[in-house]
Design a protein around this ligand. Structure first.
Ligand SMILES: C[S@@+](CC[C@H](N)C(=O)[O-])C[C@H]1O[C@@H](n2cnc3c(N)ncnc32)[C@H](O)[C@@H]1O
Length: 237
């Protein structure tokens, strides 16, 4: 999102992060710049890339493709398949062109339409979900996304601090009150859901990172110390 003046921390971080080298991604960023299309901030892109690289998801859902910048970050960091949803027709087709140019078409299933209607239609499980669509809807999508996440699945949501307005760091712009209140409710709901392990990080415009706990029998017995018997040689503290 083209936003408030970046903080000194953000300016510094952006000056330290290396410039994008990938020609396909540079082309997308250039198009986004020229057409004022909101895409991930550089520090958020670096974080997303790192998370995907660590997790190596096989099946990823993205809400809010825009022209495919974050999709490219995801696809470049793993060999999984990306399912991505975009409501704006022009952005959707532009993203399709960029996927073709980058040779990613085989690894992408793109949906044109309203995520409100498309999300409830999915039946399979995902091991990584990146939510970067309509901010007022995060809270509405949450129960669906929770059901769609595989055990140990990751849910990353962008713009959750919304220009500092959610925390009160920045003054609330009156016409953004609905978004800000919806994001506040979303954060309080996901952070207090015991099925998730959640952190809220001031990366870029704020991200929430949630992991759906593995609630299988096996993992519960490990978590509660189930069958473990201490042996003398384990006493190494
Ligand atoms: C911040 S942009 C996504 C940027 C993209 N993830 C990136 O970093 O390259 C949000 C996108 O969500 C799309 N969007 C908004 N409401 C939507 C909805 N109800 N269903 C699907 N897409 C929606 C917008 O058209 C916009 O392209």
């Amino acid at each position: 999102m083209p936003f408030k003046t970046p903080s000194a921390n953000s300016v510094y971080i952006r000056s330290v992060l290396p410039a994008e080298k990938d020609e396909n991604i540079k082309r997308i960023l250039d198009y986004a710049d020229r057409n004022v299309i909101p895409v991930l901030l550089p520090e958020t892109a670096a974080f997303l890339k790192q998370l995907v690289y660590i997790k190596q998801p096989k099946k990823i859902l993205e809400i809010g493709t825009a022209i495919g910048y974050s999709s490219h970050i995801i696809l470049g960091a793993c060999d999984g398949h990306l399912y991505t949803i975009e409501a704006d027709e022009k952005s959707f087709y532009k993203a399709g062109e960029f996927f073709a140019l980058s040779g990613y078409k085989e690894r992408v299933t793109a949906y044109l339409g309203d995520a409100n209607e498309i999300i409830p239609m999915f039946s399979g499980k995902f091991d990584f979900i990146f939510m970067d669509g309509p901010k007022t809807r995060y809270i509405q999508y949450l129960p669906y996304l929770k059901r769609m996440l595989d055990k140990d699945g990751v849910l990353l949501c962008d713009n959750v601090l919304f220009n500092g307005m959610v925390s009160g760091e920045a003054d609330m712009v009156k016409k953004k009150a609905t978004i800000v209140n919806a994001l506040d409710l979303f954060l309080r709901t996901i952070a207090s859901d015991d099925d998730f392990i959640t952190s809220i990080l001031p990366v870029g415009d704020g991200v929430s990172l949630s992991i759906l706990k593995d609630r299988s029998e096996n993992s519960e017995s490990v978590a509660s110390g189930g069958n473990y018997t201490a042996k003398k040689e384990d006493n190494c503290l």
